[in-house]
Design a protein around this ligand. Structure first.
Ligand code: DQA
Length: 142
């Protein structure tokens, strides 16, 4: 099973960016632990600060991966184009947000992605990505 994690803008700064909101672990460190925990899965990771690059990557992996875990960062709240890209691909997509967007500013309460994703995991920190992997893994082993 091949799962792809895609992170959007500013998430390259995880561990350094507002640690009180996003924690102090870098995504690279977290991703290494995740790979060790699920050795039977092929896990890939892509991050970009650019909307078009995120769309290109969804197109690239969306027809070959078994699942995608997407944290589109602020594009979640603005991008119809990203939502269209999620709709355009057959791979199931799970939306993840590290922080509880519903407990934050009003502009973070709406997601263009939620309606086109299989489900959303919000506010559980980096653990949200692992729970999404676990959900895909559960589908694999039945
Ligand atoms: C985020 C929440 C977004 O509102 C914000 O713009 C981010 C990170 C999260 O993971 O909590 O960049 O997606």
């Amino acid at each position: 099973m091949h799962l792809v994690i895609i992170n959007g803008p500013n998430l390259n700064l995880l561990g350094r960016r507002e640690p009180e909101v996003y924690g102090s672990t870098s995504f690279d460190d977290f991703f290494m632990i995740l790979q060790q925990r699920y050795p039977s899965l092929k896990l890939s990771y892509f991050q970009s600060n650019h909307e078009g690059a995120l769309i290109d990557h969804l197109h690239e992996v969306g027809f070959i991966a078994d699942g995608i875990i997407l944290n589109a960062g602020a594009y979640t709240h603005t991008s119809i184009a990203l939502a269209d890209a999620v709709s355009a691909i057959p791979a199931p997509v799970v939306e993840v947000h590290i922080s509880n967007v519903h407990a934050r500013e009003k502009f973070r309460h709406h997601s263009y992605l939620s309606a086109v994703c299989k489900g959303s995991i919000v506010g559980l920190g980096l653990e949200g990505y692992r729970l999404a992997v676990e959900w895909f893994f559960g589908r694999l082993v039945g």
